[in-house]
Design a protein around this ligand. Structure first.
Ligand SMILES: [Zn+2]
Length: 287
């Protein structure tokens, strides 16, 4: 077993780009502080819509291969070295948006056997021994089948790893406090005439928006804003950035958050909002 740093963070995401959008500042901050930051991405996003016209010829496996390159570039921008595809690149493919016939593709992640996929993730958990795991809520943040499945697989893998001897003390779901989202969108509407984007998204288009009191944790990644923006830019097929805003393939502008928010769903819920994912964790144990 190779030596791992005392603090170890594992993130589980559905597609290349989700990690940078949701957790880029958090990942850059903990990597810079010397924590071990590991990312498991479940699919290569083969069914993502491509923004740049010159790359729109890419689809299926070719798009997946391209997006793997984007993911590697993004992780370099964040200073994260440990990035893995669940079961290896191409093991599970993108399931497409909910309700499409793509969801029936036998190779897609939505059709994966949850226990089998969770077994693959549990192996990573047993190797990395994270004190903190970050993933989506049971709605996948916004209802994409791969995000819902990533949630199910992550939560099941936590149980399997606990049975094998590594019980993760803290689990977080990605969140955005409603007041923060509303203030950011108010600013966006004021700024929109000066932006290279025509329209704005709606607050409720942002995954994981919840009442403020549900949010337990805020990670100030302001010092790593440039790294987060660079990581998002690396996902050029999926994201166009004009700081502090960006668009996805729907071309609707939304805020780029450099403070990232979480809800603690396993571990002792703090009385006031905490500012460190490792708060209260006895680091260095069983390392
Ligand atoms: Zn996604």
């Amino acid at each position: 077993m190779t030596e791992l740093p005392d603090r170890r963070l594992l993130l589980v995401h559905a597609h290349p780009d989700d990690e940078s959008i949701n957790n880029g500042a958090t990942m850059a901050r903990y990597a810079a502080e010397g924590a071990h930051v590991a990312l498991v991405t479940c699919t290569l996003g083969e069914r993502g819509e491509v923004i740049p016209p010159e790359l729109r010829h890419l689809s299926g496996a070719a798009l997946g291969g391209h997006r793997l390159g984007e993911l590697r570039d993004a992780m370099r921008a964040l200073g994260v070295a440990d990035v893995r595809l669940l079961g290896g690149a191409g093991r599970y493919c993108d399931s497409g948006m909910m309700g499409l016939s793509d969801n029936d593709d036998p190779g897609c992640f939505w059709q994966a056997d949850v226990d089998q996929a969770a077994g693959l993730l549990a192996e990573v958990i047993e190797e990395v021994r994270p004190q903190v795991l970050v993933t989506y809520d049971d709605h996948g943040g916004y209802g994409h089948p791969d995000h819902i499945q990533a949630h199910r697989v992550a939560m099941r893998a936590v149980e399997l790893a606990a049975d094998s001897g590594w019980d993760i003390p803290k689990i977080y779901w990605n969140r955005v406090p409603r007041s923060v989202a509303e203030e950011s969108f108010a600013r966006l509407h004021q700024d929109l005439p000066g932006l290279p984007f025509d329209k704005a998204a709606d607050v409720d288009d942002v995954p994981g928006v919840v009442p403020d009191e549900q949010v337990t944790t805020a990670i100030d990644g302001t010092a790593h804003a440039a790294a987060k923006a660079a990581a998002m830019r690396a996902h050029a097929t999926q994201i166009t950035v004009a700081e502090p805003y960006f668009v996805l393939s729907n071309l609707l502008a939304q805020p780029l958050f450099t403070t990232e928010y979480y809800e603690l769903v396993r571990g002792e819920r703090p009385e006031t909002r905490e500012n460190d994912l490792f708060a209260g964790v006895a680091v260095g144990e069983a390392s």
